[in-house]
Design a protein around this ligand. Structure first.
Ligand code: PMV
Length: 346
Protein backbone atom coordinates (compact mmCIF):
# COMPACT_ATOMS: atom_id res chain seq x y z
CA UNK A 1 0.00 0.00 0.00
CA UNK A 2 1.43 3.40 -0.90
CA UNK A 3 2.31 5.48 2.13
CA UNK A 4 2.97 9.20 1.79
CA UNK A 5 2.88 10.71 5.26
CA UNK A 6 1.77 9.99 8.80
CA UNK A 7 2.78 9.51 12.41
CA UNK A 8 3.26 6.37 14.49
CA UNK A 9 3.90 6.31 18.25
CA UNK A 10 5.17 3.60 20.56
CA UNK A 11 6.10 3.35 24.22
CA UNK A 12 8.79 0.93 25.31
CA UNK A 13 10.25 0.14 28.73
CA UNK A 14 13.80 -0.37 29.93
CA UNK A 15 14.99 -3.79 31.14
CA UNK A 16 17.42 -5.13 33.72
CA UNK A 17 19.55 -8.18 32.99
CA UNK A 18 19.79 -11.00 35.53
CA UNK A 19 22.38 -12.98 33.52
CA UNK A 20 24.41 -10.32 31.75
CA UNK A 21 25.43 -9.69 28.17
CA UNK A 22 29.02 -8.39 28.03
CA UNK A 23 31.01 -9.03 24.87
CA UNK A 24 29.79 -9.06 21.29
CA UNK A 25 30.81 -10.12 17.78
CA UNK A 26 29.70 -9.35 14.24
CA UNK A 27 26.74 -7.01 13.94
CA UNK A 28 25.72 -6.63 17.57
CA UNK A 29 25.58 -10.35 18.28
CA UNK A 30 26.13 -11.51 21.88
CA UNK A 31 29.02 -13.73 22.96
CA UNK A 32 26.73 -15.34 25.54
CA UNK A 33 23.00 -15.61 26.21
CA UNK A 34 21.37 -13.23 28.68
CA UNK A 35 18.01 -12.95 30.44
CA UNK A 36 16.28 -9.85 31.77
CA UNK A 37 13.24 -8.59 33.58
CA UNK A 38 11.34 -6.11 31.46
CA UNK A 39 10.58 -3.01 33.54
CA UNK A 40 7.42 -0.99 33.65
CA UNK A 41 7.78 2.61 34.86
CA UNK A 42 11.10 3.47 33.23
CA UNK A 43 10.15 3.94 29.60
CA UNK A 44 10.54 5.97 26.45
CA UNK A 45 7.70 7.32 24.31
CA UNK A 46 8.58 7.96 20.70
CA UNK A 47 6.57 9.47 17.86
CA UNK A 48 7.84 9.06 14.35
CA UNK A 49 6.43 11.44 11.75
CA UNK A 50 7.24 10.64 8.14
CA UNK A 51 6.79 12.29 4.78
CA UNK A 52 7.72 10.97 1.36
CA UNK A 53 10.77 12.62 -0.24
CA UNK A 54 12.73 12.32 -3.49
CA UNK A 55 16.25 13.25 -2.42
CA UNK A 56 18.94 10.69 -1.66
CA UNK A 57 20.23 9.59 1.76
CA UNK A 58 18.73 9.49 5.24
CA UNK A 59 16.84 12.55 6.40
CA UNK A 60 15.75 12.90 10.02
CA UNK A 61 15.66 15.25 12.97
CA UNK A 62 15.53 14.22 16.62
CA UNK A 63 13.62 16.07 19.35
CA UNK A 64 13.95 15.26 23.06
CA UNK A 65 11.14 16.67 25.21
CA UNK A 66 10.17 18.99 22.36
CA UNK A 67 13.67 20.39 21.81
CA UNK A 68 15.94 19.56 18.87
CA UNK A 69 18.70 17.26 20.13
CA UNK A 70 21.58 17.26 17.64
CA UNK A 71 23.81 15.20 19.94
CA UNK A 72 21.58 12.13 19.35
CA UNK A 73 21.86 12.35 15.58
CA UNK A 74 25.14 10.46 14.98
CA UNK A 75 23.76 7.48 16.92
CA UNK A 76 20.50 7.54 14.95
CA UNK A 77 22.43 7.97 11.68
CA UNK A 78 24.38 4.82 12.49
CA UNK A 79 21.18 3.01 13.44
CA UNK A 80 19.53 4.04 10.14
CA UNK A 81 22.57 2.83 8.19
CA UNK A 82 22.39 -0.55 9.92
CA UNK A 83 18.62 -1.09 9.73
CA UNK A 84 18.30 0.47 6.25
CA UNK A 85 19.50 -2.84 4.82
CA UNK A 86 16.40 -4.52 6.28
CA UNK A 87 14.00 -1.59 5.72
CA UNK A 88 14.63 -0.42 2.14
CA UNK A 89 11.90 2.27 2.38
CA UNK A 90 13.92 4.29 4.90
CA UNK A 91 15.62 6.46 2.29
CA UNK A 92 12.28 7.38 0.70
CA UNK A 93 11.08 9.35 3.72
CA UNK A 94 11.95 12.42 5.72
CA UNK A 95 11.53 11.73 9.46
CA UNK A 96 10.85 13.67 12.61
CA UNK A 97 11.63 11.62 15.73
CA UNK A 98 10.06 13.02 18.90
CA UNK A 99 11.03 11.27 22.07
CA UNK A 100 10.67 11.63 25.82
CA UNK A 101 11.64 9.50 28.80
CA UNK A 102 9.63 8.86 31.95
CA UNK A 103 12.86 9.10 33.96
CA UNK A 104 15.15 12.14 34.16
CA UNK A 105 17.45 12.33 31.13
CA UNK A 106 20.61 12.76 33.19
CA UNK A 107 19.72 10.19 35.84
CA UNK A 108 22.40 7.79 34.71
CA UNK A 109 19.72 5.35 33.62
CA UNK A 110 20.47 4.31 30.08
CA UNK A 111 17.67 5.23 27.71
CA UNK A 112 19.23 3.26 24.87
CA UNK A 113 17.25 0.04 25.48
CA UNK A 114 13.87 1.77 25.79
CA UNK A 115 14.66 4.38 23.13
CA UNK A 116 15.99 2.03 20.48
CA UNK A 117 13.16 -0.46 20.96
CA UNK A 118 10.51 2.29 20.72
CA UNK A 119 12.08 3.58 17.50
CA UNK A 120 12.40 0.08 16.03
CA UNK A 121 8.70 -0.50 16.74
CA UNK A 122 7.75 2.77 15.01
CA UNK A 123 9.69 1.67 11.91
CA UNK A 124 8.05 -1.76 11.95
CA UNK A 125 4.68 -0.07 12.30
CA UNK A 126 5.39 1.78 9.05
CA UNK A 127 6.42 -1.45 7.37
CA UNK A 128 3.18 -3.08 8.49
CA UNK A 129 1.16 -0.20 7.04
CA UNK A 130 2.81 -0.94 3.70
CA UNK A 131 2.49 -4.72 4.09
CA UNK A 132 -0.67 -5.31 6.16
CA UNK A 133 -0.38 -9.09 5.85
CA UNK A 134 2.71 -9.48 8.02
CA UNK A 135 2.03 -11.61 11.10
CA UNK A 136 2.40 -10.56 14.75
CA UNK A 137 5.18 -13.11 15.10
CA UNK A 138 7.15 -11.62 12.22
CA UNK A 139 6.44 -8.10 13.48
CA UNK A 140 7.78 -8.79 17.00
CA UNK A 141 10.79 -10.77 15.86
CA UNK A 142 11.86 -8.22 13.29
CA UNK A 143 11.25 -5.28 15.66
CA UNK A 144 13.49 -6.96 18.25
CA UNK A 145 16.07 -7.73 15.54
CA UNK A 146 16.12 -4.05 14.51
CA UNK A 147 16.24 -2.81 18.13
CA UNK A 148 19.31 -5.02 18.64
CA UNK A 149 21.10 -3.16 15.88
CA UNK A 150 20.55 0.08 17.83
CA UNK A 151 21.66 -1.26 21.20
CA UNK A 152 22.11 -4.96 21.99
CA UNK A 153 20.06 -5.05 25.17
CA UNK A 154 17.23 -3.09 23.46
CA UNK A 155 16.08 -6.34 21.82
CA UNK A 156 14.94 -7.49 25.29
CA UNK A 157 12.57 -4.53 25.86
CA UNK A 158 9.67 -5.30 23.51
CA UNK A 159 7.87 -7.96 25.50
CA UNK A 160 7.92 -9.15 29.09
CA UNK A 161 8.23 -9.96 31.91
CA UNK A 162 11.21 -12.26 31.25
CA UNK A 163 13.15 -12.17 27.98
CA UNK A 164 16.03 -14.30 26.74
CA UNK A 165 18.48 -13.09 24.12
CA UNK A 166 21.20 -15.36 22.75
CA UNK A 167 21.30 -19.02 21.82
CA UNK A 168 21.01 -21.38 24.74
CA UNK A 169 20.84 -25.16 24.27
CA UNK A 170 18.07 -25.62 26.86
CA UNK A 171 15.88 -22.77 25.66
CA UNK A 172 14.08 -23.62 22.47
CA UNK A 173 13.64 -20.72 20.09
CA UNK A 174 16.40 -18.64 21.71
CA UNK A 175 18.43 -16.71 19.15
CA UNK A 176 21.39 -14.40 18.88
CA UNK A 177 19.39 -12.28 16.45
CA UNK A 178 16.46 -11.20 18.63
CA UNK A 179 14.93 -11.53 22.08
CA UNK A 180 12.30 -14.15 22.84
CA UNK A 181 9.91 -14.67 25.72
CA UNK A 182 11.21 -17.00 28.42
CA UNK A 183 9.23 -20.14 27.56
CA UNK A 184 9.12 -22.06 30.86
CA UNK A 185 7.13 -22.01 34.06
CA UNK A 186 7.70 -19.08 36.42
CA UNK A 187 6.72 -19.44 40.09
CA UNK A 188 4.45 -16.79 41.56
CA UNK A 189 7.30 -15.67 43.87
CA UNK A 190 8.63 -13.89 40.78
CA UNK A 191 5.36 -12.25 39.74
CA UNK A 192 5.53 -8.44 39.81
CA UNK A 193 9.09 -8.61 41.04
CA UNK A 194 10.17 -5.20 42.34
CA UNK A 195 13.15 -3.18 41.11
CA UNK A 196 13.94 0.04 42.94
CA UNK A 197 16.73 1.86 41.14
CA UNK A 198 19.04 3.81 43.42
CA UNK A 199 20.57 6.76 41.57
CA UNK A 200 24.13 6.81 42.86
CA UNK A 201 25.77 8.70 40.05
CA UNK A 202 24.12 10.77 37.36
CA UNK A 203 27.24 11.63 35.43
CA UNK A 204 28.27 10.42 32.01
CA UNK A 205 29.96 7.04 32.21
CA UNK A 206 33.75 7.27 31.81
CA UNK A 207 33.70 4.19 29.59
CA UNK A 208 30.80 3.48 27.22
CA UNK A 209 29.33 -0.01 26.99
CA UNK A 210 30.45 -0.17 23.34
CA UNK A 211 34.07 0.17 24.49
CA UNK A 212 33.47 -2.28 27.35
CA UNK A 213 31.99 -4.94 25.03
CA UNK A 214 34.97 -4.57 22.68
CA UNK A 215 37.44 -5.02 25.52
CA UNK A 216 36.08 -8.55 25.97
CA UNK A 217 37.71 -9.48 22.64
CA UNK A 218 41.22 -9.87 24.07
CA UNK A 219 40.13 -10.40 27.63
CA UNK A 220 42.08 -13.07 29.55
CA UNK A 221 38.91 -14.38 31.25
CA UNK A 222 36.54 -14.08 28.29
CA UNK A 223 35.90 -17.77 27.58
CA UNK A 224 35.37 -18.56 31.24
CA UNK A 225 32.98 -15.63 31.59
CA UNK A 226 30.88 -16.62 28.57
CA UNK A 227 30.63 -20.16 29.94
CA UNK A 228 29.66 -18.85 33.38
CA UNK A 229 26.82 -16.72 31.97
CA UNK A 230 25.49 -19.71 30.03
CA UNK A 231 25.64 -21.91 33.15
CA UNK A 232 23.95 -19.27 35.27
CA UNK A 233 21.12 -19.08 32.78
CA UNK A 234 20.78 -22.89 33.01
CA UNK A 235 20.67 -22.64 36.80
CA UNK A 236 17.93 -20.01 36.65
CA UNK A 237 15.52 -22.37 34.87
CA UNK A 238 14.74 -24.58 37.94
CA UNK A 239 14.94 -21.51 40.19
CA UNK A 240 12.17 -19.76 38.25
CA UNK A 241 10.12 -22.93 38.33
CA UNK A 242 10.49 -23.68 42.06
CA UNK A 243 10.41 -20.11 43.31
CA UNK A 244 13.75 -20.51 45.12
CA UNK A 245 14.58 -16.85 45.75
CA UNK A 246 17.69 -17.65 47.84
CA UNK A 247 19.21 -19.40 44.81
CA UNK A 248 18.06 -16.57 42.55
CA UNK A 249 19.93 -14.10 44.78
CA UNK A 250 23.21 -16.02 44.54
CA UNK A 251 23.08 -16.15 40.77
CA UNK A 252 21.95 -12.55 40.21
CA UNK A 253 24.42 -10.92 42.60
CA UNK A 254 27.26 -13.05 41.27
CA UNK A 255 26.37 -12.03 37.71
CA UNK A 256 26.48 -8.34 38.65
CA UNK A 257 29.87 -8.66 40.35
CA UNK A 258 31.26 -10.81 37.54
CA UNK A 259 30.26 -8.15 35.02
CA UNK A 260 32.17 -5.52 36.98
CA UNK A 261 35.08 -7.92 37.53
CA UNK A 262 35.39 -8.11 33.73
CA UNK A 263 35.69 -4.32 33.62
CA UNK A 264 38.32 -4.30 36.34
CA UNK A 265 40.38 -6.97 34.53
CA UNK A 266 40.13 -5.52 31.01
CA UNK A 267 43.13 -3.84 29.42
CA UNK A 268 42.74 -0.94 29.83
CA UNK A 269 40.94 -1.62 33.12
CA UNK A 270 38.22 0.58 34.54
CA UNK A 271 35.83 0.81 37.48
CA UNK A 272 32.24 2.02 37.10
CA UNK A 273 31.17 1.43 40.69
CA UNK A 274 31.41 4.34 43.12
CA UNK A 275 32.07 4.23 46.88
CA UNK A 276 28.32 4.58 47.47
CA UNK A 277 27.65 1.57 45.23
CA UNK A 278 29.68 -0.51 47.69
CA UNK A 279 28.05 1.14 50.73
CA UNK A 280 24.66 0.15 49.37
CA UNK A 281 25.73 -3.43 48.59
CA UNK A 282 27.08 -3.87 52.12
CA UNK A 283 23.91 -2.46 53.67
CA UNK A 284 21.78 -4.79 51.53
CA UNK A 285 23.82 -7.79 52.75
CA UNK A 286 23.54 -6.66 56.37
CA UNK A 287 19.77 -6.11 56.09
CA UNK A 288 19.33 -9.53 54.53
CA UNK A 289 21.31 -11.19 57.29
CA UNK A 290 19.51 -9.35 60.09
CA UNK A 291 15.95 -9.59 58.83
CA UNK A 292 15.82 -12.67 56.58
CA UNK A 293 14.59 -10.44 53.76
CA UNK A 294 14.94 -11.73 50.18
CA UNK A 295 16.28 -8.40 48.95
CA UNK A 296 19.24 -8.45 46.53
CA UNK A 297 21.04 -6.17 44.11
CA UNK A 298 22.15 -6.10 40.54
CA UNK A 299 24.16 -3.57 38.52
CA UNK A 300 24.30 -2.63 34.89
CA UNK A 301 27.24 -0.86 33.28
CA UNK A 302 27.25 1.99 35.80
CA UNK A 303 27.26 2.98 39.46
CA UNK A 304 23.51 2.82 40.07
CA UNK A 305 22.13 -0.08 42.07
CA UNK A 306 19.01 -2.02 41.12
CA UNK A 307 17.43 -3.37 44.30
CA UNK A 308 15.38 -6.48 43.51
CA UNK A 309 12.81 -8.01 45.88
CA UNK A 310 9.50 -9.89 45.87
CA UNK A 311 6.26 -7.91 45.84
CA UNK A 312 5.31 -9.27 49.29
CA UNK A 313 8.23 -7.32 50.81
CA UNK A 314 7.38 -4.02 49.15
CA UNK A 315 6.41 -2.17 52.34
CA UNK A 316 9.40 -3.16 54.47
CA UNK A 317 12.01 -2.84 51.74
CA UNK A 318 10.81 0.61 50.64
CA UNK A 319 11.01 1.69 54.28
CA UNK A 320 14.60 0.38 54.44
CA UNK A 321 15.48 2.18 51.21
CA UNK A 322 14.02 5.47 52.44
CA UNK A 323 15.55 5.23 55.91
CA UNK A 324 18.93 3.82 55.06
CA UNK A 325 19.91 3.47 51.40
CA UNK A 326 18.64 6.78 50.05
CA UNK A 327 21.42 8.65 51.88
CA UNK A 328 23.87 7.08 49.40
CA UNK A 329 21.90 8.35 46.38
CA UNK A 330 22.45 11.65 44.56
CA UNK A 331 19.90 14.03 46.10
CA UNK A 332 18.38 11.00 47.87
CA UNK A 333 16.79 9.96 44.57
CA UNK A 334 15.52 6.53 43.57
CA UNK A 335 12.95 5.20 41.11
CA UNK A 336 10.36 2.58 42.04
CA UNK A 337 9.80 0.09 39.29
CA UNK A 338 8.66 -3.49 38.78
CA UNK A 339 8.44 -6.08 36.04
CA UNK A 340 6.18 -5.31 33.10
CA UNK A 341 4.84 -6.70 29.87
CA UNK A 342 6.78 -4.69 27.32
CA UNK A 343 6.06 -2.13 24.66
CA UNK A 344 2.72 -0.79 23.48
CA UNK A 345 1.37 1.34 20.66
CA UNK A 346 0.14 4.78 21.72
O1 PMV B 1 22.99 -2.93 25.20
P1 PMV B 1 24.31 -2.38 25.62
O2 PMV B 1 25.32 -2.41 24.52
O3 PMV B 1 24.16 -1.01 26.24
O4 PMV B 1 24.92 -3.33 26.74
C1 PMV B 1 24.27 -3.59 27.94
C2 PMV B 1 25.13 -4.34 28.84
C3 PMV B 1 24.63 -4.55 30.26
O5 PMV B 1 23.60 -3.68 30.59
C4 PMV B 1 25.78 -4.32 31.20
C5 PMV B 1 24.18 -6.00 30.46
C6 PMV B 1 22.86 -6.40 29.85
O6 PMV B 1 22.74 -7.60 29.53
O7 PMV B 1 21.95 -5.57 29.75
Amino acid sequence: QPLTSGTVSWQSPSNIALAKYWGKYGEQLPMNPSISFTLSNCNTRTSLSFEKKNSDGFDFQVFLDGKREVSFEPKIQKFFERVGVYLPFLKDFKFKIETSNSFPHSSGIASSASGMSALALCLMDMERQMQPDITDGYFNEKASFLARLGSGSACRSLEGPLIVWGEHAEIEGSSNLFGTKYPFEVHENFKNYQDTILLVDKGEKQVSSTVGHNLMQDHPFAEQRFRQAKENLSKLIPVFKNGAISEFIKIVESEALSLHAMMMTSMPYFILMKPNTLEIINHIWKFREETGSKICFTLDAGANVHVLYPETEKGTVLQFIKNKLSQFCKNGEFIEDETGLGASKI
